[in-house]
Design a protein around this ligand. Structure first.
Ligand code: SF4
Length: 304
């Protein structure tokens, strides 16, 4: 059995940077209470580790319920996926110090949205409707945005455009959206609007993160050439789910796991294969990847 480990498996610089900064801040913490709004990155193992070190995870800034005196000592970590615009305002009003670990790529998307909204554009955001990053990005559109998650949502988008007689439209994506779907949906939207002779200025900004794009391409390549594919990532991690979808399309023997423990009953089956691929999402720590490799390695020769 040959094991092919993706070169881009694991932490991207945004997620890795946020985890590193959170670890440093808790290490040097004296008396402040450190909260984190939402999951810093979508990985249970990382979150559990930070909880054990003392970071308090909350899902709403209003859950910080300190006395006025204590509030000044509260610090709030902003996750790699970013937050909604009004949370910055709320924090500032309450004197809560923000430790903003939003990935620079996500901040750039917020900037693009604000810039185009100020130029009277409406914004189509291709992304997962319930994902914190999409919700955050949407909030920067100040009511001039719509989220497109699936092909079926295109009808809604066209309706949205017509009802508002929109003349300027910007199309962007959640940083972890599938490039293939992005290109496909942009073409469909353009085709529909062209057929209807809609006089709309359409700007398209591919805001899919390069780390995501390269990881997806590598997953495509590896999964097309192996007998078994292991995708490691948080069950709520959008980018990991996409890697799983890509792999599954090319290799029917694909499993999506969070930790090596989910593989224990499959090791025999896996070691029967001649080539096994491993890929991991952008919020998967190295430790989780190493544990999978160690498990397989304890059965067969490992070749990277
Ligand atoms: S996937 Fe890209 S945009 Fe998302 S956190 Fe990582 S580097 Fe940033």
């Amino acid at each position: 059995m040959e094991i092919i480990l993706g070169k881009r498996a694991g932490f991207c610089y945004g997620a890795g940077g946020a985890v590193e900064k959170a670890n440093n801040v808790i290490l040097n913490n004296k008396e402040e209470k450190i909260y984190c709004l939402g999951e810093l990155v979508h990985n249970k193992q990382v979150i559990d580790d930070l909880k054990n070190k003392g970071i308090i995870f909350i899902d709403d800034i209003d859950k910080i319920n300190e006395s006025k005196k204590q509030e000044r000592k509260v610090k709030l970590i902003i996750r790699a996926h970013g937050i909604e615009k009004n949370i910055y305002e709320k924090a500032s009003k309450r004197n809560i110090e923000l430790l903003d670990y939003t990935c620079p790529n996500v901040l750039e998307v917020h900037k693009i949205v604000e810039e185009f909204v100020n130029k009277d554009y409406y914004i189509v955001i291709m992304g997962e409707k319930s994902h914190p990053e999409t919700i955050g990005t949407y909030s920067f559109a100040n009511g001039r945005g719509i989220v497109l998650e699936k092909e079926e949502d295109i009808k809604e988008v066209v309706k949205f455009i017509k009802e508002r007689s929109i003349s300027k439209l910007l199309i962007i994506a959640q940083t972890t959206f599938s490039l293939e779907k992005f290109n496909k949906y942009v073409e469909i939207i353009k085709e529909i609007l062209n057929k209807e002779n809609a006089n709309i200025e359409i700007e398209v900004r591919n805001t899919i993160c390069n780390a995501t794009k390269l990881r997806q391409e590598e997953t495509e390549e590896i999964s097309s050439n192996v007998d078994y594919m292991i995708v490691i990532g948080g069950k709520k991690s959008a980018n990991s789910i996409k890697l799983y979808e890509i792999s599954k399309k090319n290799c029917k023997n694909t499993v999506f796991i969070e930790t090596y423990k989910e593989l224990e009953d499959k090791v025999e089956e896996i070691t029967m294969c001649s080539k096994v691929g491993i890929m991991a999402g952008a919020s998967t720590p190295k430790k989780s990847i190493d544990e999978v490799i160690d498990l397989l390695n304890s059965h067969k020769i490992y070749k990277s």
